[in-house]
Design a protein around this ligand. Structure first.
Ligand code: NAD
Ligand code: MG
Length: 430
């Protein structure tokens, strides 16, 4: 594992009002002393794979991290138990479950204040008492609360890659403008962040200035890496979600099977690290032990190596630049064989498409929205596995406008239209 010796100062000011935009917000400076304050954390998407693993890391370090707010869409039962254990000040639940959960909170005499609605997500992401926001809602639904956190100057631990794929440049510009920072939770980007010089990790230098020749994203190839291509058409949602190395939510698991996930990650890496087309590549590494590599001009490659366990990047981002115990053991490399192979783009047309459209946020937004709709249709057995690509390609082909989108409103309109186009295509092809 590569260790970087740079440290952060986090300054903040407490107050008592949720969403008080007038109060002083935290700023993160890449400087030289350890942060010693108790960190208040909001977890958006607390009941999901990333959310629960974040709570497991926090649970080991209750002297450093305090849970300020948790959110969930549907899993009211798990959210209730999380609130009992971590006693956050606020919890946000999807509207359908609000009344029932509110009664449960009252019966259990929980002091957590229960909220619902999209504005509530923005509020818990931007509250002036919060230091770190874990963005772990799945899909474009996570976008508004991430922007709210950035505009409030927060340290955002970003798992929700879809928001970056949709509004990347705008989000990064806002990060600079409001003194926020984004630390990637996605294992590949977290690995790159760990292997890059710190200033480049925060986009203060170009890759070229940092002596980097290439960022190499690794991908396992998913559960169908060796399946004859002709058989992919019959693959079921449960088979697609059976990832060989990672345990994840169902949407990202399907994205891993099509390798659209790597496509989204390619776009994410481009934006986060300011990489041009020649500075970024993907390689298949079936064992998921090397989580990505940075290749330097002098012939050095730095890789981040470890078990396939998201608690590692989560712990690193939570405590950056310190290292804390994530609960994950050291890896015994004598027990593993590492292999690599080039990407077969015939097998993974979604990845090819994502690389082709990566430089245009009009198209990346369309592709992402179409993919969300198509994956949902596949998971509910309305279309077959190979139709996911067909649906997404159909939507992207409809584009007449090839200029980039310049505002969030424009991007949300593109997103809505792409969802409608894809839904129509699915109705005709299911
Ligand atoms: P998940 O499906 O397990 O959890 C999603 C969470 O978001 C849940 O808490 C759910 O209640 C909430 N949610 C869902 N729809 C919502 C909506 N419309 N509004 C508000 N909340 C909603 O997903 P996950 O696997 O934890 O992935 C979360 C994000 O992290 C995704 O963007 C994914 O690409 C990214 N990510 C996940 C992993 C992983 O290992 N799971 C790794 C890298 C990146
Ligand atoms: Mg990843």
């Amino acid at each position: 594992m590569v260790i970087l010796f740079t440290y952060a100062i986090i300054s903040y000011q407490e107050d008592n009002f949720i969403n008080d935009k007038s109060s002083k917000q935290p700023t993160i400076l890449t400087s030289f002393c350890y942060n010693t304050h108790m960190q208040n954390i909001t977890i958006l998407g607390a009941t999901g794979s990333i959310g629960t693993q974040t709570l497991s890391v926090i649970d080991r370090h209750s002297e450093q991290f305090s849970v300020f707010a948790l959110s969930a869409m549907h899993n009211a039962d798990l959210l209730f138990h999380q609130c009992q254990q971590f006693k956050p000040r606020y919890a946000v639940i999807g509207e359908h479950h609000y009344a029932e959960l509110k009664e449960r909170f009252a019966n259990a005499k929980l002091s957590t204040i229960l909220l619902t609605g999209k504005q509530a997500l923005n509020d818990i992401a931007s509250d002036s008492r919060v230091h770190q926001v874990v963005a772990a809602i799945v899909g474009g639904a996570g976008l508004p609360s991430i922007h709210a956190a950035v505009q409030a100057g927060k340290k955002v631990l970003l798992a929700n890659k879809e928001s970056l794929v949709m509004t990347g440049q705008l989000l990064l510009e806002a990060t600079k403008k409001y003194g926020a920072s984004i630390l990637p939770l996605d294992s590949e980007h977290n690995a790159l962040f760990q292997c890059l010089p710190a200033a480049q990790g925060f986009r203060e230098k170009s890759l070229n200035q940092a002596g980097v020749s290439k960022l190499l994203l690794t991908g396992s190839g998913g559960p169908f890496r060796e399946t004859p291509i002709a058989e992919l058409v019959n693959k079921t949602p449960d088979e697609a979600c059976l990832h060989p190395n990672w345990s994840m939510g169902r949407k990202i698991s399907v994205d891993s099977a099509t390798m659209m996930n790597k496509g989204l990650e390619y776009i994410e890496a481009k934006l986060l690290f300011n990489a041009n087309d020649d500075e970024l590549d993907v390689i298949i590494h079936p064992q998921s032990i090397i989580h990505s590599l940075v290749q330097y001009r002098d012939g050095t490659s730095l890789a981040q190596i470890g078990h396939s366990d998201m608690r590692v990047p989560i712990a690193y981002a939570l405590s950056y630049p310190k290292r804390i115990n994530s609960g994950v053991s050291d890896i015994d490399l004598s027990q593993h064989t590492l292999t690599f192979e080039p990407v077969d783009y015939q097998r993974y047309p979604c990845l090819k498409l994502a690389i082709e459209v990566a430089n245009n946020n009009y198209l990346t937004t369309q592709m992402n929205a179409a993919n969300e709709v198509a994956v949902a249709a596949f998971l509910s057995k309305k279309i077959g596995f190979t139709k996911i690509y067909e649906a997404v390609a159909h939507c992207v082909e409809q584009s007449e406008n090839l200029s980039c989108a310049n505002s969030i409103e424009e991007i949300l309109a593109i997103d809505t239209q792409a969802r409608e186009i894809t839904q129509q295509w699915i109705t005709q092809h299911q």
